[in-house]
Design a protein around this ligand. Sequence first.
Ligand SMILES: [Zn+2]
Ligand SMILES: [Zn+2]
Length: 751
Amino acid sequence: MTASSPEARRWVLEGRVQGVGFRPFVFRLAQRYELTGRVQNLNGQVLIEAAGIPSRLDAFASALIAEAPPLAQPRMLAVSRIPVTGLNHFKIMPSDPSGSSAVHVPPDHFLCNDCRREMQTPENRRYLYPFINCTQCGPRYTLITAMPYDRPNTTMAGFALCAYCEREYHDPQNRRFHAEPLACPQCGPQLLFRKPGSEVHGPTALHAAIASLQRGEIVAIKGIGGYHLMCDAEDVSAIDRLRTRKHRPHKPLAVMFPWRGKDGMACVRSHLVLDAEAEAALGNSVRPIVLAPRGPTSGLPESLAPGLSELGAMLPYSPLHHLLLEILDKPLVATSANISGEPVLIDAYEAEARLTQIAEAFLHHDRPIERPADDPVIRFVGNVPRLLRAGRGIAPIEFTLPTPLAKPLLAVGGHLKNTIALGWGQRAVMSPHIGDLDAPRSRAVFEQVIGDLQRLYGVSAQEVVCDAHSLYASSRWAASCGLPVLRVWHHHAHASALALEQGADKSWLVFTWDGLGLGEDGTLWGGEALLGRIGSWRRVSRLRPFPLSGGERAAREPWRSAASLCWELGLDCAIPAADASLVKNAWQRRLNTPLTSAAGRLFDGAAHLLGICGVATYEGQAPMLLEQAAAGAAGVIALPLREDGAGLVTVDWEPLVLSMGHTEISISERAMQFHRSLARSIVDQAVYLRQHSYFERVGLTGGVFQNRLLAELALSELHDAGFDAFLPETIPCNDGGIALGQIAEAGYRHG
Ligand SMILES: [Zn+2]
Ligand SMILES: [Zn+2]
């Protein structure tokens, strides 16, 4: 044999290789290198067999990875020599669903540049067509009904392709070859605009919706993962009406900016202060909501995010959003159409029934959404984009576990900001944000996603993991689902999620600061530091516990935290309650006053004591306003540490609470002092604990660390003190990350 005699090889690739145009890419590569053979989707893997001259096979193999389509993330699993016989032409074979279960369910994709150009070209067949897509763009997760990802297994199954689309779909040279949601104005989904007394179908529905928005109306618009409530972001009265009708007086509203200028950023850049990293995050293929400061010349109303300098901004991601925003050419409010805390609405009848008091018109379409996905949210902390909410475009999020799990696990997460996760072998996947589980619709979606993820990935959980708090709806579901139940302490799950992401083989000291979560001693934790590693944590430090007036009610009534802190010190506190003496009396008699060490409640207390927020209308309002208020250079207040006989350190907040009453110092300086003192206390605790404990890394997690000021102060002071310190990036530090932490914690429990 000479070096140029033909050889044949077989490759197996895995990773994100389905629904991303990978097979046609392989086909074109095979033609470039004059190879014969075949490519086939197995269940989650791609099998390639090719014959040709060895040097060309080598070039082909490296191009498979190096030149893969933008959305593909292939990994070479195996390569072998095979006999040359039997391969002629290069063929794309039908999918074989019987293969392994290395399934990857792709997330929803934004509108690619090629499709955007076609949509803007008057001669194009899909000119102004709001459902244009190709192998590199379009919805996936929200329309897949079963795997493998083929058209009959999507909500497009009911749309028969016209002859034109059919040709594109079957032409391996076409960029729409096997684009499963393929559609055109002749054969694909259509818009429907409705308001009382008027109904408009097809292309003119878009213009009816635009006219409605131009009149200042609130329109419920169906997108990729659900409906948005949209209105003119410069129209103060529309915003007021939306807030009144949604019973949402203060919660920040996200704004979608038109794609303008060469790089699409011109409009958003004129309203927000964006550095290169923030622009990259806004424009990346996920198209998340990015929290960024308003610019000095932005004329957008204050009421979009009352009292806050940051705005949640996003760029259009679906062709429908591009069309709306480009024709209107102004920013639009784009807030999830849901009832507080529930998943975003996806169904036309339900949207009309439940939003009739809010929306003045509806823009529907007839491409069904199989399951909801809210917009993901990013905040930069320490110059790194941190995911605060997983959603459309990014979830399901996949993780590689350090070692294989003994059994497939289903983790059902916490109660608020619920997500669920599935773990099997060395894989774990996390669902998009589902919502707060108080409402029946939240629990219905929660159960649907639990069923869907197992079905799509071909995994049946053998055990279910839930929070130790037995009254959470997720924990109650776990107890009744018929599988063996593993319970994980709330803050252990937080710590394990961080460790899983940032160093599963390391030993950690993790500060788990949040609102309230049930702790091992039956009190409500949220200001602890845990020492150990995934599967074995020990509490080594905490904030001084205090009896909290009203228990869980205190989360919406920061004055209760303030009063409880003051009363604990024997001080008075002015409270906005008609029955103030009854409230105090109940506190003194310890009625509904659970002990808590939660840092979140300390932030609430400070916000009320500074007159910033006594009653919150949305979760996290008081700490957000406190962070916003902080400015100046007031000195740090040292918080005393005390260690008990069992080695547990308690940090006393008394001097901090007293300093909130120092009215000779401005409110903003006291707010700054509060943040700086707590950041310093984190460092003091780490330094103290380092004397007789061993840990390689320090972690900060829990919802409190969504506070950028606190997190950045603590991170930088920890680094200055010689610690390797970490904050979650791809897993939300809030309760959205609990499910994944439960997988890690239950899967590797020991000791
Ligand atoms: Zn495209
Ligand atoms: Zn067609």
